[in-house]
Design a protein around this ligand. Structure first.
Ligand SMILES: NC(=O)c1ccc[n+]([C@@H]2O[C@H](COP(=O)([O-])OP(=O)(O)OC[C@H]3O[C@@H](n4cnc5c(N)ncnc54)[C@H](O)[C@@H]3O)[C@@H](O)[C@H]2O)c1
Length: 332
């Protein structure tokens, strides 16, 4: 059944990919985004490849416009403004994505991370509570902290390290408390190590490709034996879509990941199949970066029939090929 789905922070990396998929599935999609955080109007933009990123961000907006997806530019920290906008939309579901979405940036700027991540979340759920609108909150694998060499599932104790993971976990607890007190239906989704088309967040997979295209050294923070549950954006989008469409998602928390952690050196091996003569440089591991691994996704498979499809051998190659083409078209 077609639903009205509001994406708060819907012009980000995950949000715009989700909007395009939900529209394809005949849902009525509404985006509200300020475009000011990790986006086109950001004041503190990455110095590296800034023009390329602007072009990627414009590409997102063009894709959204082509599909006539309803888009409002608004800072969602402003409670009175968003209340009016959301009231006019009358959504069946709200997917809350707005945040400072990068652990390093959060540790450098906790104040604005709190504001953009938690203030906006509380505004969403305060609006949703009396109308009992299903709120889907995009949390993170960082809520778990160190994995200590074990796979984690949704029952594993959360011991986040640093500002980003702690605020993500705070968001989960606040949302659950609204469920306890106001009966607000919710779903919490924990993604991990995402990569894919039109990301500008400069996570490891993206920087590797950019450096390879430019013939620069590939820098690895650590030994490269660190494992991450690399997840292609299409797999996450299919998981979030299932949460919008399947009642089993209500009042549940899910790891939505590929479900098999791989070494950073293995990601590099895939990169080597697409680029010859890479120069690798190993550096010191980042502070406050927990040791991670596999997020067990059996619960999502069982409750939602979630079926992740893309190992890095497939998903990362797709992404590399998209990036090469975008880069070449951008240069010309
Ligand atoms: N990308 C990942 O690897 C990953 C992994 C786990 C969890 N997450 C979480 O998923 C969510 C989305 O991540 P993403 O990668 O799409 O991030 P992103 O930075 O690409 O997108 C976030 C969007 O939110 C918007 N936004 C932020 N503050 C806002 C505000 N005050 N008002 C209106 N809009 C605002 C930004 O303009 C941006 O378009 C985040 O909550 C992030 O923490 C991301």
């Amino acid at each position: 059944m077609s639903k009205k789905i509001l994406l708060v922070g819907g012009c980000g990396f995950i949000g715009h990919n989700l909007a395009l998929e939900l529209e394809k599935k005949n849902h009525k999609v509404f985006i509200v985004d300020s475009l000011e955080v990790n986006n086109i109007f950001s004041k503190n933009k990455e110095v590296e490849n800034v023009k390329l990123y602007d072009s990627i961000l414009k590409n997102r907006i063009n894709l959204i416009k082509e599909k006539n997806i309803n888009f409002t530019v608004q800072d969602c920290r402003d409670y009175h403004k968003i209340y009016e906008i959301y009231e006019n939309i009358k959504p069946d579901i709200i997917v809350h994505l707005a945040a400072v979405s990068h652990a390093n940036k959060s540790n450098k700027d906790p104040h604005s991370t709190f504001d953009h991540s938690l203030r906006t979340l509380e505004n969403t759920i305060d609006f949703a509570k009396s109308k009992k609108i299903h709120v889907i909150y995009i949390s993170s694998s960082m809520v778990y902290g160190n994995f200590n060499g074990q796979d984690v599932n949704e029952e594993t104790n959360c011991k986040p390290i640093g500002i980003y993971g702690s605020l993500k976990y705070a968001g989960e607890l606040i949302l659950k408390s609204y469920n306890q007190v106001f009966d607000l239906p919710y779903t919490i989704i924990r993604p991990s190590a995402l990569y894919g088309e039109r990301c500008v967040s400069r996570r490891v997979g993206q920087i590797f490709i950019e450096n390879a295209i430019q013939g620069k050294n590939i820098e690895i923070n650590g030994t490269g034996d660190e494992k991450l549950d690399f997840t292609y954006i299409n797999d996450l989008i299919s998981g979030i879509t299932l949460c919008c469409e399947n009642k089993n998602a209500i009042n549940q928390t899910f790891n939505i990941t590929f479900g098999n952690s791989r070494k950073i050196n293995e990601l590099l091996d895939v990169l080597k199949t697409e680029f010859k003569n890479l120069k690798i440089e190993y550096k010191k591991k980042e502070k406050f970066m927990p040791e991670r691994g596999t997020l067990n996704n059996n619960k999502a498979k069982e409750f939602l029939n979630f079926l992740p499809k893309f190992s890095i051998e497939e998903g990362y190659v797709n992404y590399i090929n998209w990036y090469k083409e975008f880069w070449n078209n951008f240069k010309t």
